[in-house]
Design a binder for this molecule. Sequence first.
Ligand code: ACO
Length: 432
Amino acid sequence: MSGKTAKLTLPDGTEHTLPVVIGSEAEPALDIRALRQNTGYVTLDSGYMNTGATTSAITYLDGEKGILRYRGYNIEDLAEKSTFVETSYLLINGKLPTKAELEDFSVKLTRHSMIHEGMRHFFEGFPPGSHPMAGLSAMVTSLSAYYPDCLDRTAPMDLHLTRILSKVRTIAAFSYKKTIGQPIMYPRNALSYCANFLHMMFAVPAEPYEPDPIIVKALNQLLILHADHEQNCSTSTVRMVGSSDANVYAAVAAGILALWGPLHGGANQAVIEMLEIIKDPNGPYQGDYKKFIAEVKDKKSNQRLMGFGHRVYKNYDPRAKILKKMTDEVLNHLGIKDPMLDMAKGLEEVALSDDYFISKKLYPNVDFYSGILYRAIGIPTPMFTVMFALGRIPGWLAHWKEMVDDPTTKIGRPRQIYTGETQRAYVPIESR
Ligand code: ACO
């Protein structure tokens, strides 16, 4: 609490005092927690555009200035100097690990990378061609059946968090192998987190596989950039589900499902699909991206420039800036010339000089370039959102932990303003 207050005058002239809360980066908020009790009023805020659902010490972002920090550290520094494992430790534990702590955390992640052999049958049961996000969410929920002590909320939870972070990577790679009909590759304990994932995705038993260090570095950066983004749709879902005391596997599985939508984590797949439609020589645009932009600006078309715009960034998304540079570097390293990248850059240039996008403050978001980078690494399009989920796991776990450790947490239960019929008499069916 800041000690400051704001006054609210209601239609009947009564005045109410609302405490003012100031965050550590000076963001002001009105504390309305006692509003309904004191006045009978609730607030209406569809899409939660103005609602702080919680206080949180994990991630700070300033969408106007394009700032993103995890636990106070700039995303640019973490992407350049940290690893995904270290950043995960930072998010979950609130501080950078010492050498010994990092070693211990890495060993635990390595030791918990296998999944129960019984779970392999689940992969057989999924229909070929089904979306991997369906499988991923189902498998993460299923993990709770193999570790039933997660239901005891008085027991220590750290091991469950480690298991989720480690096993999601194995589940993602196994489901990919199943879709292409290749044998499952078990994790190799000598490899780092990201190298092990690449091994499980791309190695085959018939020949040796050594992950490319440049790709390992790129994957670390990609996952770091996705690791947290404060109270977004999926993280809020994790908190909402977790607030009912549902187990951590259930809460994370719910986050995975929320992420699936094309307006959220599904946008990386939608960007590539959009670029493919624009490029298609037999399609409506035949490579003419200016025609596509003209259509996006026409409200009647219902067309959006996927990978552009963000609920909170009204400036260039700092993650998109890092990704654009990294995409260039990786494509150069691999000697790939991807016409999709040229088209994406062309689209960006046209959009950023167009009044429609300027006036609405629409800039590329994290998903605009990530799909092109995933393609270059060899990750197939339907797996893009799974990659986003892999990256977001530490953020979800950090928020889940922060929520359950907070003694003031209450079950999430918003109010509504009812706009339906008032009371009316039941009409027997023969009289309707
Ligand atoms: N292309 C064209 N117009 C857009 C776009 C876009 N990508 N995004 C927003 N607009 C326009 C809207 O039509 C609206 O115009 P209006 O004021 O004339 O009605 C205005 O900009 C504001 O858009 P809203 O949808 O109200 O903004 P909101 O904050 O609710 O939505 C969202 C943000 C969902 C990300 C939106 O920008 C969008 O749909 N973008 C494309 C999908 C995408 O890339 N999603 C990934 C987001 S990043 C992430 O989740 C990791």
